[in-house]
Write a protein that binds this ligand. Structure first.
Ligand code: AMP
Length: 454
């Protein structure tokens, strides 16, 4: 099947061939005709399937076919995405496909100044791609009018709900006209996503590319069992010995991402971290440097990496297994996009076996295990900072969140402070205080217990 046979206009076909797309992907074959008919769509599509073009192409065609009111250019299509990066990418896609059409678009998201966005909206835009929070900022400042929106797209709806955007989405929906076309794209479905779909969609066409809970077939997956304390060494070893030039590595916390990126840098592997605590400028810069090869390893948290489209990304590494099994599919979906080959590697410590079991249950398959000699679990390895006694390492490895939890769980007065106070406590004296207030808590590693391997 060709793009021509899908009923797209000459202008869109020219733009498609300028992107070097020869044939439509399965999701595009299914979504384009039904969206062109004006139907609501519920699409179950994993990342990397070409879903962005799947909704952008027919959306643009419908906007061009309809007659906008004369005068000020109203916002006629609204695309909501969970992350800034995805908003920027989707808007780029709208620009690329709309290049031969009289369509204007803009991306609005937080972390950057709101003023240029206001100016852009004032000049008139047909398509707005937005993250929910910044869109609501505009709405509360009355710098955007959504009362003429004809098409609403929720992209990566599952992730928006995971990120707690449901209330924002409901507020935004209340600002839209009742009569409109709704398109909902989600890689995974659970009770919340289904509830949202029921609320949003009117007799939708259901579109599903096979195995939406599966990682793409063209991605080879592999598990490397390894002790937690030796993961960084193994990762450096794999990147170096296999000569991986572009690797996206996932950690669970921002703190772990920062720490790993700086350790890898010290190992001579140029690395950057990308996560929610970084400014938008730093995130965009890190991504750009990674894309153009200046940085070899990009260490990311799930949320920051969501929706990243890195052309021909060959390697994804789960440095830590995700807490939620569906996130494994999202992570692995960063590679092997649009049918290209990819490799996804997971470094799994004995403690993470239950998480791995959850992933394998979801995938309904067992992932190949590979043991690297010298990195067997429980084996004595070479002395290195990574093989220090587990208590200290474990404390650091937990990341910011759990450090905060530990402090909160231990009353300040009971926390070890300095040698003198510990000695006093051993003798049974009460915790010392200065001017009636308890002393500062000691570093968290002193309060941590080592959790034995499973
Ligand atoms: P998406 O799932 O929309 O993020 O798309 C994943 C990647 O596939 C992007 O890099 C697209 O440019 C690319 N892509 C989408 N559709 C096609 C197609 N029909 N032919 C070739 N590449 C495509």
């Amino acid at each position: 099947m060709s793009f021509q046979s899908l009923g797209l206009s000459t202008e869109l076909l020219r733009a498609v061939s300028a992107q070097n797309y020869d044939v439509p992907t399965p999701i595009q074959r299914q979504t384009i005709p039904v969206i062109l008919e004006g139907r609501d769509v519920l699409a179950v599509a994993q990342t990397g399937t070409g879903k962005t073009a799947g909704f952008t192409l027919p959306l643009l065609q419908r906007l061009c076919a309809g007659k906008p009111a004369a005068g000020v250019r109203p916002v006629r299509a609204l695309i909501l995405t969970p992350t800034r990066e995805l908003a920027a990418q989707v808007e780029q896609c709208v620009t690329d496909f709309g290049k031969y059409l009289p369509i204007r678009s803009t991306a609005i998201y937080g972390g950057v100044s709101i003023r240029p966005q206001i100016a852009q909206i004032r000049r008139g835009v047909d398509v707005v791609v937005a993250t929910p929070g910044r869109l609501l900022d505009h709405a509360s400042q009355r710098t955007i009018d959504l009362s003429r929106v004809e098409v609403l797209v929720l992209d990566e709806a599952d992730r928006m709900l995971d990120m707690g955007f449901i209330r924002d989405i409901k507020k935004i929906m209340a600002m839209l006209p009742e009569r409109r076309q709704n398109l909902l794209f989600s890689a995974t479905f659970n009770r919340e996503t289904t509830e949202l779909a029921n609320r949003l969609l009117q007799s939708p066409a259901r579109v599903e590319v096979s195995g939406s809970q599966q990682a793409a077939d063209n991605v080879s997956q592999r598990i490397y069992p390894v002790d937690k304390a030796r993961k960084r060494e193994l990762l450096s070893f794999l990147i170096g010995s296999e000569n991986w030039r572009q690797v996206l590595v996932f950690t669970r916390t921002k703190h772990a991402a920062n720490r790993l990126a700086s350790q890898l840098d010290k190992d001579g592997l140029s690395s950057s971290a990308i996560h929610g605590n970084k400014s938008q400028g730093a995130r965009s810069r890190a991504l750009q440097e990674f894309k153009n090869g200046q940085v070899r390893v990009l260490v990311a948290t799930d949320i920051a990496a969501r929706g990243l489209d890195i052309d021909q990304l060959p390697h994804v590494v789960n440095f830590e297994m995700p807490q939620v099994a569906e996130d494994y599919v999202h992570r692995v979906g960063r590679t092997g996009r649009a049918g290209k080959k990819g490799e996804a590697v997971s470094l799994v410590s004995p403690e993470e076996k239950p998480l791995l079991a959850g992933v394998e249950r979801l995938l309904k398959r067992t992932i190949l295990r590979t043991l690297v000699p010298g990195f067997e679990t429980g084996a004595a390895g070479p002395a290195s900072p990574a093989r220090q006694p587990p208590a200290a390492k474990t404390a650091q490895d937990q990341g910011e969140k759990s450090q905060r939890t530990r402090h909160a769980a231990t009353p300040r007065s009971q926390k070890p402070t300095n040698r003198a106070s510990r000695r006093k406590r051993r003798k049974g004296t009460s915790s010392p205080s200065v001017n009636g207030s308890p002393r500062r808590a000691a570093p968290c590693r002193e309060t941590t217990r080592y959790t034995p391997s499973v």
